[in-house]
Write a protein that binds this ligand. Sequence first.
Ligand SMILES: NC(=O)c1ccc[n+]([C@@H]2O[C@H](COP(=O)([O-])OP(=O)(O)OC[C@H]3O[C@@H](n4cnc5c(N)ncnc54)[C@H](O)[C@@H]3O)[C@@H](O)[C@H]2O)c1
Ligand SMILES: O=C(O)C(=O)C[C@]1(C(=O)O)C=C[C@@H](O)C=C1
Length: 366
Amino acid sequence: MKKTILMIGLGLIGGSLAKSLREPEENHIIGYDIDQKTLEFALMNSMIDESCANVTEAAQKADVIILGTPITETIEFLHQLEQIAFDHDVIVSDVSSVKKPVIDTANTLKNEHIQFVGGHPMAGSHKRGIKAAKGHLFENAIYVLSPSSNCTNAALNNLEKLLKGTKSRMIKLKAEEHDEMTGVISHFPHLIASALVQQAKKWEGTHAFIPQLAAGGFRDVTRIASSNPELWQDIFYHNKQKMVQMIDDWIDEMASLKQMLEHDSKSELTAYLKEAKDYRDGLGVKDKGAIPAFYDLYVDIRDQTGAIASVANLLAEEGISITNIRILEIREGITGVLRLSVSTKNEQFKSYQVLQRNGYELMLEE
Ligand SMILES: NC(=O)c1ccc[n+]([C@@H]2O[C@H](COP(=O)([O-])OP(=O)(O)OC[C@H]3O[C@@H](n4cnc5c(N)ncnc54)[C@H](O)[C@@H]3O)[C@@H](O)[C@H]2O)c1
Ligand SMILES: O=C(O)C(=O)C[C@]1(C(=O)O)C=C[C@@H](O)C=C1
C-alpha cells in the first residue's frame, strides 16, 4: 500500500533511501533538509515528490518518518518529534551508524503515537551529499534494524515491508551488540585508516617522494580516510567507549607484532599473516558477511583509449555481467591491471576463458 514517507536529511544515505523507496512510485516522499540546495536538487531530480519547510506539518501527514541526518541531529529530531500532536501512529526510523544513543533516547520518548525502529544500512561511501546518492546503494547490503522497547511487532513488520524497496537483507540486532560489531568492522578501521595517512604525512617530512610511492596497497587501505570528517567525528563520539576499548586492544596487538619483529620470530609472523589472510579471504565466501561474495580476475591492459571497453564488451557478448571494476596501479604508457569482479565461480571461469582466447594475460583469484 502507498505510504507517505517524510525523509529528513537528504544526503548520501537519506537521498539514496528516498530514491530506492520512490523508484517503484508506490510511495509518496516528502523531503526536508537544512540545506536548501539539497532540497532543490532532490525535487529537480524527482528523488522526492514534495519538499517541506515545516517538519511538524509534514510529520503529521506521514505514515513513516526516516531520519537521514548525522547522529547528534537525529537525537535532537527525536526530541522534536516527541512534541508533535499526531492523530495517528507513526513509524519513526533512522540510519545512524551508532545505535545505542539513538535507541536510549527513543526509549525515553513519552509520545505514544511514535513507534521507533532504529535502522542502519551497512553500505555507504567516502562521498557525502545528495549528488553521491544512488538508488541501488543498499542492494544486497545488510540493513540492521533495532526496535525500541515500546515498538510493536506490527510496526517492525511494516517497516521491513517498506524497506524491501531497498533490496537489502534485513537483520535484527540489539543496539549494544550492533555498536560493538560495527565498532570492530567499520568505525575502528576508519580510525586506523586516518592514522595511517597521518603517519605517511609525518614521514613526508623526511622523504618528500612518499606520495608518489603511494600505490594500490596504501590507496586500498586508506580510501575511507577521505570521508566526511564531521560525520566521522560524530560517529566516534557516539561510539566512544567501544573505540577506546579497541584502541587498547590495538596497542596490545601492535606490541605483540613488535616483539615478533624484534625477536626475528619468522615462523610466528608468517603464521600471523596467514591466519589474517585466511580470515580475510573467507569473508566473502560465505555470502553472508559484510563483504559480498565476489569472484575476481586480474587482467593486464595497456593504457590506451578503449582498453577497458574492449574487455567489458567481450564479457558482455558472453552474457557475463561485471559487478565491480577497478584499475590498479595504472601509470601513463605502462601496462595496468584491471580488477574485474563477477558474482559466480562459473562466470569467473568463463570470463577467464573468453579473455585468454582473445589474447589477454590474466590471473584468477582463487
Ligand atoms: N556515509 C556512510 O557511508 C554511511 C553509511 C550508513 C549510515 N550512515 C549514517 O547516515 C547518516 C547520514 O550520513 P550521510 O553519509 O548521508 O551524510 P551526508 O552529509 O551525505 O548527509 C547528511 C544530510 O543531512 C542534512 N542535515 C544535517 N543537519 C540537518 C538538520 N539539522 N536538519 C535537516 N537536515 C540536516 C545535511 O544537509 C545533509 O544533506 C549518519 O547518521 C551516518 O552515521 C552513513
Ligand atoms: O564504503 C564506505 O566508504 C563506508 O565507509 C561505508 C560504511 C562501512 O564502514 O562499511 C561506513 C559507515 C556506515 O555506517 C556503514 C558503512
